[in-house]
Design a protein around this ligand. Structure first.
Ligand code: UDP
Length: 236
């Protein structure tokens, strides 16, 4: 039996680019699709939010002279591109998907509603929630928190390239120690960066735990659903 019945999986757009430095790496994409198919076959209800940082980020765009709101809209479109790519890759491994968009853009995806999403997940579709929250000045981490809370997910699984939450950045500090679990309050007091503050606060206030794990190591997603403690649980 899978550890969770319904999950919200958050993937960063940045990791989708693999070693390429930009865009979508086909190997990474198919790697993700096959990992997700493994837990789909365990009858886990799956909602996914994927970022857009491999294509465009509003904040970095505005530093180069783009209007911030237009830049964020470009970022949201980037998440739609990644969502379509992931949907296509999942379809090709035999998992049924629905792309829902936070901004109306039929027929690219159906306009999001909580009830549509839950009905689709209960009917065996993976729902990919694209275009973030639909608003500028937010991130896909916040979009993932929002959708996770709305659909009543048991947990947000945050797939990153680091295998959990550490006392310091393990890529910079070899002494950094990993937490098996940590509370939201400790995240604040220690000033740790798991997600941006808006997203973290949404999860804390609405009691959605986050499980941080390394999604770039093949097979890890299934391990999490099998109950193996390979990452860090962030909870109230
Ligand atoms: N974005 C936005 N509103 C949202 C979600 C995302 O404006 O609700 C834009 C924002 O410009 C962001 C970009 O989409 O920089 C890509 O999302 P994010 O940076 O979260 O992607 P990731 O870092 O996960 O790849």
């Amino acid at each position: 039996m899978a550890k969770f019945k319904r999950i919200l999986l958050k993937l960063s757009g940045e990791s989708l680019m693999g070693q390429q430095g930009y865009g979508i790496d086909q190997n990474r994409l198919s790697d993700y699709a096959r990992q997700i198919k493994e837990i789909y076959d365990m009858h886990v209800q799956i909602g996914i939010v994927i970022g857009g940082g491999n294509i465009f980020r509003g904040l970095s765009g505005s530093q180069k002279g783009f209007d911030r709101v237009k830049g964020d809209q470009m970022g949201m479109c980037a998440t739609v591109i990644n969502s379509l790519a992931l949907s296509s890759a999942l379809d090709s491994v035999g998992a049924k998907t629905k792309v829902l968009t936070a901004i109306r853009m039929e027929p690219i995806g159906e306009f999001y509603s909580k009830w549509k999403a839950i009905e689709a997940m209960e009917a065996g579709y993976i729902c990919i929630f694209s275009a973030g929250t639909g608003n500028p000045y937010f991130t896909t981490d916040t979009g993932a928190s929002l959708r996770g809370i709305e659909i009543g997910a048991d947990v947000m699984l945050k797939g990153t390239r680091v295998d959990g939450v550490y006392t310091a950045d393990p890529e910079k500090d070899p002494q950094a120690k990993k937490f098996k679990d940590i509370t939201y309050d400790e995240i604040y007091t220690r000033g740790l960066k798991v997600m941006d503050l808006t997203a973290t606060t949404m999860c804390k206030e609405n009691h959605l735990p986050i499980y941080v794990f390394d999604m770039d190591c093949y097979g890890n997603l299934k391990k999490v659903l099998d109950g193996e403690e390979i990452g860090t649980l962030v909870h109230n």
